[in-house]
Design a protein around this ligand. Sequence first.
Ligand SMILES: Nc1ncnc2c1ncn2[C@@H]1O[C@H](COP(=O)(O)OP(=O)(O)OP(=O)(O)O)[C@@H](O)[C@H]1O
Ligand SMILES: [Mg+2]
Length: 145
Amino acid sequence: MKSTEKFISKSEAETFCYGRDFARRLRAGSFVGLYGDLGAGKTQFVKGVCDAFHVSEVVNSPTFTIVNEYHGTLPVFHIDLYRMKNVEEILGIGVDEYIEAGGVCLVEWAEKLDGIIPEKRYEVRIAVVDDSTREIAITSVEGKD
Ligand SMILES: Nc1ncnc2c1ncn2[C@@H]1O[C@H](COP(=O)(O)OP(=O)(O)OP(=O)(O)O)[C@@H](O)[C@H]1O
Ligand SMILES: [Mg+2]
């Protein structure tokens, strides 16, 4: 079962706030896959989610570190798979352990998870409309497609 909602963001700050509001739906063990081109705003959205969980660490795209773990009211795992070549490499960084660690798991470039993406998840798709405008679509996926 799927349901999708859409939002037009007019600024970085609006995307942040939308992420912060969305975070109310997240619980220990929640999984969020983020999709969208380089510079779409995935990390801005994640910053808003982290704010909702009172993360005090600086939240940046973990493109080089692959995984950032933040300590908020729940553990927040922020993963960026941009540089990962295949599922084997992704499993090699222990992504399944982060998914099962009982925190909130946010994964940029989640399409790279292919067959190992959790069935129950949120999909956040961000499309660039113009310099400052983004269309954000959030789908709640409950089980099999
Ligand atoms: N409405 C908007 N929402 C979010 N970001 C916006 C918006 N308008 C402009 N921007 C700009 O777009 C960029 C988004 O960068 P961000 O790092 O969040 O993208 P990303 O999708 O995480 O990219 P990457 O795949 O490189 O990690 C920022 O420079 C931000 O200022
Ligand atoms: Mg990013």
